[in-house]
Design a protein around this ligand. Structure first.
Ligand SMILES: [Zn+2]
Length: 550
């Protein structure tokens, strides 16, 4: 799962703060007793794959590292054992993904505010960080600055933070997020930092500054993410008009807004209340950054189960689960390996188990099924974006995407949460599949988190392909263990932290096996359906990213 841009993740985290902080109970409940899923071979296979992929030897599976290469070789071996066909480049299981890797350097970075004849220098890491630059090894801009609120231009909602502001040759200073009055889908779309940078670059800005608000940092402290400032970023493409982009901590926001019409605290309140208005800032801001830029290559791991019907086998249902995680980082309690057991060794293992079940069935679906273990998800959905825009099969043959990412299966449940079903005809398919499997479907408990745009399905959605993302349930099957509390505990303590490992967390492999069965059943139903899935009429995402012609 990708980090949320700005304010989105905070609701969940501030809810978490109200709960007593208790680690979910370890499994099994009685020491020495076998796990409830000990006799379920599917659950055992998933557990074995998770333990392998989240092992310290895989070094956190960061894109472009040896750990990721080892993990991708392991998945290819599993595809072959399961009996799938290679569907990557040149008859292999691997699809090459060309990337740029950018690592920022402390030397040469600068953020200075010049106002009323004096200059204030912000401190690197502690108060600001330049974003990695994919265009030039070093860049400097010095220009007047304009505060542009959340930089949201949403004509359909009659909202334009940029109206009446002249950004030509200026540095755009902005907050993350999107107005609270927007519905969840539109807020998710407009809260994206990429959309904001696109909007200000299109209006002539030459640099940009993201100011964290106090609300942003309530659950994700600046210091925690800044500790990993040396970690590289990766991209398929960039925004060349902006020469330097930087972010500033909430604590340093007063330096950016000094002597301006409104204080940082007033602006934080206005962001919360939806009354933000932009204005020109006095003086100039100087931004500089130095970045080491390297072209690198990573790989998606892609396999196919051919369809059984000659007329339909040329169409593809795409399963996806990202294989990469965030690698090695700042040590926490002496542990520097960010294993990513739930995020997303577990999603990959569930996809492999669904493939195992589908490949072993006597009746294969009419359409072909593709399995994509994607790279670069944590870097911005890069592997899935590459696959969705450069698929190894004809692009218009992709009929649906079924994604699995970070199922937080930390307490036993009776249900599954399908994210994004309400957007397309996949809803009816999922209702049928859930009934067939005997599992309940629950609505997204935290729609304001916008997880529908925070994982690989969004790359397919942007390519016009209807998608659904299946994640763990929220209805307890054991009254003493609340899955929602376990989810909050995980998000607050172990999400993108070294403690997301397979050795200490009480992962519910029985629930994982059920999720694999459900995924397999959905693949059969979509694979055999007379019609390919379609976006609902007037759906926001369907309209925003026009579907490819069938
Ligand atoms: Zn993640």
């Amino acid at each position: 799962m990708r980090r949320a841009t700005a304010v989105l993740v905070m609701t969940l985290l501030s809810l978490a703060a109200c709960q007593r902080e208790v680690a979910p109970a370890a499994e099994p409940a009685k020491p020495g007793a076998p796990a409830p899923w000990a006799s379920d071979p599917a659950a055992r296979r998933i557990e074995a794959d998770v333990r392998k992929l989240a092992d310290d030897g895989m070094q956190g599976r960061e894109t472009g590292t040896r750990g990721y290469e080892l993990a991708s070789a392991y998945v290819a071996k599993r595809y072959a054992e399961i009996g799938l066909q290679p569907a990557g480049d040149d008859g292999t299981f691997f699809q090459r993904v060309p990337l740029l890797k950018a690592t920022r350097e402390r030397d040469g970075a600068r953020f200075a505010v010049t106002r009323n004849g004096r200059t204030i220098e912000l401190r690197f890491q502690d108060q600001f960080l330049p974003l990695q630059d994919f265009n030039a090894g070093s860049a400097t801009v010095a220009a007047p600055a304009v505060f542009v609120g959340q930089a949201v231009h949403a004509p359909g909602l009659k909202h334009d933070d940029l109206a009446g502001l002249d950004l030509r040759g200026r540095i755009a200073v902005m907050f993350g997020g999107a107005p609270t009055r927007f519905d969840d889908d539109r807020r998710a779309f407009y809260a994206s930092n990429a959309e904001k940078l696109r909007a200000v670059a299109a209006r002539g800005a030459i640099g940009a500054v993201f100011v964290s608000t106090a609300a942003d940092e309530a659950g994700a402290p600046w210091a925690r993410s800044a500790a990993n400032w040396g970690r590289p970023a990766m991209r398929l493409r960039t925004f060349p008009q902006l020469r330097v982009v930087a972010s500033v901590s909430a604590a340093a926001a007063d330096l950016v807004f000094a002597d301006s019409p409104r204080s940082a605290a007033q602006l934080f309140d206005a962001a919360r209340d939806g009354t933000l208005k932009g204005f020109a800032l006095p003086g100039t801001i100087t931004l500089a950054g130095r970045t080491k830029i390297e072209p690198i290559e990573s790989r998606n791991v892609v396999a196919k189960l051919p369809g059984s019907d000659a007329a339909r086998a040329g169409e593809h249902v795409v399963y996806s689960a990202h294989l990469d995680h965030v690698g090695i980082g700042a040590p926490v309690k002496g542990d520097a390996i960010y294993n990513g057991a739930l995020d997303n060794a577990l999603g990959v293992a569930i996809m492999l188990e669904a493939a195992h079940e589908l490949a072993g069935a006597t009746d294969k679906p009419k359409r072909s099924l593709l399995f994509v273990a994607a790279t670069g998800e944590e870097e911005g959905l890069l592997g899935s974006e590459w696959f969705a825009t450069h698929p190894t099969v004809p692009r218009e043959s992709l009929v649906a995407n079924l994604n699995m990412d970070m199922p937080v299966l930390m307490a036993p449940t009776t249900d599954v949460v399908p994210i994004g079903v309400e957007h397309s005809t996949l809803k009816a398919t999922l209702d049928t599949a859930a009934k067939d499997i005997g599992v309940k479907l629950s609505p997204d408990p935290f729609p304001e988190e916008s997880v529908f745009v925070r994982s690989d399905q969004y790359a397919f959605i942007r390519a016009g392909v209807p998608a659904v993302y299946l994640t763990g349930g929220i209805v307890p099957s054991d009254k003493t263990r609340d899955p929602k509390i376990a989810l909050r505990y995980f998000m607050r303590n172990c999400y993108h932290q070294p403690c997301d490992d397979a050795t200490t967390q009480p992962i519910q492999y029985g629930d994982a096996a059920r999720l694999a069965r459900l995924n397999a059943r959905i693949g059969v139903l979509v694979g055999d359906a007379a019609q390919r899935p379609a976006w609902n009429k007037d759906d926001f995402f369907g309209a925003q990213f026009a579907a490819p012609a069938p």
